[in-house]
Design a protein around this ligand. Sequence first.
Ligand SMILES: *Cc1c(COP(=O)(O)O)cnc(C)c1O
Length: 373
Amino acid sequence: MLVLDRKPVIQAPASPVRPALDGIQAYKSGMTLAEAGRRTGRSQFSKLASNENLLGASPKVAAAVAAAIAEPELYPDPYCETLRAAIGGRLGVDPARVVVSPGSEALIDYLFRAVLHPGDAILFSSPTFPAYDIFARCAEARIVDVPRLANFDLDVPAFKAAAAQGPKLLVLCTPNNPTGNALTASDIEEILSVTPRSTLVFVDEAYREYHEAFDTFALLDAWGGPWVSARTFSKAYGLAGMRVGYGIASSAELVGYLDRLRPAFNVTAVSQAAALAAWDDQAHLARTVALTIAERGRIEAALDDLGVEHTRSEANFVFLRAPAGPDATAARLLQEGLIIRPTPVAGGWVRITIGRPADNDALIAALPAALAR
Ligand SMILES: *Cc1c(COP(=O)(O)O)cnc(C)c1O
């Protein structure tokens, strides 16, 4: 008897994943030290691609982390009560209006999921931080992107016209990543003056500590609609590896909604302890911010000497045009042990984090050759 060894025809199953995800590119982070090592065979690098604070966190963080890690069997406080009390206390807001998250990126995720229905409009201004686009697409929102002007300032009249339409969510990033430039209080007032109070305004202030030019909460409260201001321990506080961000919301009720959709134990006990120690050492923060700003001035002066076009950065990085192209420039600097961030911004721009003085010395020495056509 002939037995046919017939394999069943297996059809490729339809993807179980929502089609909205097909249109999204996963976030591309700065090059890791491991990858830089593989590419060059070097072992020492200046990591200037991710806006970390290479001057480091407060020395008090290490002891706080060691103490917190002694009880790894215990769940962390799901409401980060101690940290929220400390944040609210210094900022003069009710701790019930403070939300802590594993990085402010997670807060963007929570907020967008809480607010955006498929088809809702979200307004932002590119080039800017990619998370807004990613989480807006996840939510199947309608993206209204008002492009920045040639100097990367916000196109305030065009942005106002879009704001007046009453998007569900309006995003302002100041100082803006990757361009470094900041809004003024009057820019924000002008935009809010035409924004309906049915819009939720999200202000991303990840670089706030480098540019405390205005009282964001007062501007938003004067407007009177719902708002969230997001800040982070990843940049000036030097805790990017611990993943702690925080937000201030216009109401405790809004924080309560975010509590419903976030994972319960989302910020580890070690991270909470590290953030609290960093928060309590404002003298360290002030020293590192002052040094970073002074070093930024030194790098900008070197760029000016070379005749290199750059934005006016108010953050811990510079944003400059690389005539040889962003990828070629980044590759040349990598060979010198400098990891920087090429960007897809039209015209060929790169973003370079301000490092320690020795990192910046190496950068300034390498720039003329790296930027040559
Ligand atoms: C770095 C950054 C964040 C996110 O940082 P976290 O590490 O997730 O806190 C958010 N917004 C902007 C504009 C940033 O540059």
